[in-house]
Design a protein around this ligand. Sequence first.
Ligand SMILES: Cc1cc2nc3c(=O)[nH]c(=O)nc-3n(C[C@H](O)[C@H](O)[C@H](O)COP(=O)(O)O)c2cc1C
Length: 191
Amino acid sequence: MELMELLRTRRTYRRFLQDPVPDEVLSEMLEAARIASSGANRQPLKYLVVRDPEKVEKVFAETKWAGYLPPDEGTPKEGERPVLFIAVLADEEIASASVAAFDAGLAVSNMTLAAWSHGVGSCIIGACNRPKLSEYFGLPPKLVILDLVAFGYPSHTSVCEEMTDSVKYYLDADRNYHVPKRSLAEIVRYF
Ligand SMILES: Cc1cc2nc3c(=O)[nH]c(=O)nc-3n(C[C@H](O)[C@H](O)[C@H](O)COP(=O)(O)O)c2cc1C
């Protein structure tokens, strides 16, 4: 896929087919994250891969989806939930979580783009129960959960459109997502 097309269509997806993400695709996603730019090249990020269905279900229970939508519309139901989670962790012996958060943005972008280049959709999850998940994962105190990323082959579409009066994404009659984006005229100023 041409780069701009990849960027335009790599949206947030919240309902998935139940097919697993192939090992080769997962390896490429992790490699894409590994080689992302890092402040002072300190590389404080670690990744925890969760793909055992029972464990995925446990992690799912600690996540919140689509804050702009009623839960019965935005939260994936059984049979449409992600098949894979990757927790992005900051190793605070290398850099603080707040510094590592910049790296995480780049790494997650690389990882989700690599996934999407193989048709695997994603949803970044900031709204998760970190204390519960840290305990469940058995993390030592130096490893801090920055965010989770959910993956799977999407069962809906999502399109960007020009924002008119609200930033809130919405579902159409076919339950496909529409994501308003602010115009270049609004966000860019040439100085
Ligand atoms: C840092 C960050 C945290 C996010 N956390 C959540 C979340 O907890 N739950 C969720 O359903 N979506 C979450 N999202 C997805 C956003 O809602 C989504 O990116 C936004 O609505 C724009 O849609 P788009 O990604 O298709 O452009 C998060 C995205 C980012 C970048």
